[in-house]
Design a protein around this ligand. Sequence first.
Ligand code: UDX
Length: 445
Amino acid sequence: MKISVIGLGYVGSVAAAGLASVGHDVLGIDINAEKVAAYQSGNLPIYEPDLADLMEAGRRAGLLRFATSDEVSEPLGDVVIVAAGTPPKESGGADLSQVKACLSWIMERQTGLEAILVKSTVPPGTGAKLHETVLAGSSIEYVANPEFLREGYAVHDWFNPDRIVIGGGEKSQTLLHELYVGMSAPYVFTDITSAEMIKYTANAFLATKISFINEIAVLCDRLGATIDDVCEGISLDPRIGASALKAGVGYGGSCFPKDVRALDEVALTNDHNFELLRSVITVNNRQKYLPFYALRQRFGTISDLTVGVLGLAFKPNTGDIREAPAVSLIQQLIDDGACVRAFDPKATDAARKALPDGVTYTKNAMECAEGCDAMILMTEWEEIVNADWKTVAARMNEARFMFDGRNALNPDSMRKLAFEYHGIGRPSKVPKVNSAAPSLSDQHS
Ligand code: UDX
């Protein structure tokens, strides 16, 4: 098949390379000339494991080409995939302007086109409306085909999907089997709005699990229970499972925060107050500041402290800092007068642009620890978890306060190295009943 993929972010670039790898003739298109030039030269503008090799193979086979939208003069092919961004608006809803602009652009040059597959995450109801308006009178099929790729594992997830969700008419079923040749995942065929709803429901449900376990972790801290054991005990129930149950400083990234807020707005504009979702958001907003509260409780004031932050990306294996808990935390620490040192294996460049001047970026955890009163682990990168903690301890000031925001370290080992270790839902032996831990009404709720 000849396929065009419009929008070369995490989803579009992986889709383009993945489709080329099974023999489709793929043209990747973006309005950003710099981005296109980067893909053409093999110098990827994003960090995503295995993507560079996959793209290189596609380019060598002559099956993967890139162009800016201004340069495209050839027919777009049998199928166009739309993977444009839907960033959040002030109101919390999704900004659909890029998706709409893509559709109009496609409709101006759609010779021979069979279907438009929309992978961009759009609020339920959007596709059906666009089908009736932008595609009115044409035989092109609008297909909602949501993506469930995780950053850091996007190439793996592309080739090993749990399911392929297709929202559209009958023609889309044959087309999609041809497009996803060789994929053995179950297909879910449905209408456009239900397919869109599946994407939001999946992300909102996973975010709910995370906020739920984070609430349980706060209670564990108060009562002297251990969240790790509680999670093990509940996850052995197959109805609950183990995924999305890691307590920590909360979810970030380009999907969960945005999609949960957008679903909340969809509910409100459809006369429904989705109270559970509101709490999910409130709890998540609080979690990223837990290390800050812990520092304030321990030291009384933040202003004289030197704090080392380990991990800036919203999760390991990505250089993405969008809605990363570490970014909000560092901003708060700086606002309160702390001196901040930071380390991340891939996200330093992005962080430099997003954070105020004054943060000292370092090459590893040991260098980060130099002269620190406290260290805060915000992202569980392998090289952070496996750092030389003995040296880290030796380079810190006497307090050796360690807040493990991802429960990624072994508390006993850390305490043996003379760290004052704090996790989330991992109390030391003395239960902290009546401690001054933050409540939902605290300043960041
Ligand atoms: C997510 C979805 O998983 C994916 O299916 C969807 O298509 C896009 O959004 P992604 O944003 O890449 O993918 O990250 P994910 O691995 O799901 O983690 C999201 C955030 O939740 C991270 O900040 C992570 O640290 C946090 N998280 C995840 C937890 O705090 N606890 C968990 O148990 C799992």
